[in-house]
Design a protein. Structure first.
Length: 320
């Protein structure tokens, strides 16, 4: 259980147990509760009850907080407040006007050269006392994210046994919408993961930190920025994000199929399952990110996809 210290610690624990009983990830619930709990403990150490003043303060935009991040944070808070209302602890809510509208990130479109430079930067990361083993973790984690088109949060949660070398698969548990799925490894990523596994041996998570816990999204972002600087991509606009490796993988899969004359909806549905998308439209949206020279290619038959693509809405990024 997360270390909770505020005046709402007991309520947080009860809420986590309740939501976990409904099938939601306990680890994710604990992480989100800990953020709000830490705010309460640091800002209102002498308070014993929640108030409108506290909620108002919590809804303020943080420094460098993206609207999508704030939206997710406040939606999580509102779900918790609804639970408190149902249990008659309080009757407070996040004001609807405080929750920003969702904004879609413009993905960075990686060239083949960009990808080579990113992976080379990961392969040549120097030793660091503050981040032991990163020179082993980053080359494998980034390639797994790209080659298997994973969301950035998915590699962190992998248990060692989730990477199945007997069957060549990776089991993704409790991802977006709390759904599980299985993805297959190529021969190259299989061999890379097997070599990594042989080095580190018995451990709880496939990517286990030196403290025997999961790595965190903030750790990945900081290490990825180091790779961007070494690859000369840090000052690009938009700046590449770890999530953009998933965009790159999905769009390249579609490009390969279209280049080979494979443009059936059936194949896109297979990709939908691999990516863990809930809606078919979210998968077809990756056509939007294709380079113009390929979109205009006369070798690709776009007519078979016109009816599907013309009705799409832009999906929200699914970082976890």
């Amino acid at each position: 259980m997360a270390n909770l210290n505020s005046f709402l610690a007991d309520q947080f624990r009860e809420y986590i147990d309740f939501r976990n009983s409904l099938g939601y990830s306990k680890k994710s619930l604990e992480e989100r509760a800990a953020t709000f709990d830490r705010f309460l403990y640091e800002q209102y150490p002498s308070h014993t009850r929640l108030s409108s003043e506290i909620i108002h303060k919590w809804t303020e935009t943080r420094q460098n907080e993206h609207p999508n991040g704030k939206r997710a944070r406040l939606y999580t808070t509102e779900t918790f407040l609804k639970y408190l209302c149902e249990t008659n602890y309080c009757h407070l809510h996040v004001p609807p006007e405080a929750i920003p509208r969702s904004e879609h990130f413009n993905p960075f479109i990686f060239s083949d050269r960009n990808l080579r430079d990113i992976f080379l930067a990961a392969d040549t990361m120097p030793l660091c006392k503050l981040s032991p083993n990163r020179e082993y973790v980053m080359p494998v984690m980034l390639r797994m994210m790209y080659c298997c088109a994973l969301r950035p949060g998915e590699p962190f949660r992998l248990l060692r046994d989730d990477v199945d070398f007997a069957n060549g698969t990776i089991f993704i548990r409790q991802s977006k919408k709390h759904k599980d799925r299985t993805v297959w490894m190529s021969e190259d990523i299989f061999n890379l993961c097997k070599g990594y596994d042989d080095i580190f041996g018995a451990r709880p998570f496939f990517f286990t930190s030196p403290t025997k816990t999961m790595y965190t999204p903030s750790w990945l972002r900081s290490q990825f920025e180091i790779c961007l600087k070494k690859a000369g991509l840090y000052d690009e606009d938009p700046r590449p994000r770890p999530y953009d490796l998933r965009h790159a993988a999905a769009s390249r899969i579609i490009l390969k199929w279209l280049g080979e004359g494979i443009s059936s909806v059936e194949m896109l549905y297979r990709l939908k399952v691999h990516l863990g998308h809930e809606k078919f439209e979210d998968t077809v949206w990756y056509l939007h990110t294709l380079p113009n020279n390929l979109v205009n290619s006369t070798k690709i038959n776009w007519d078979s996809l016109d009816d599907v693509y013309s009705t799409l809405e832009v999906p929200e990024d699914d970082e976890n």
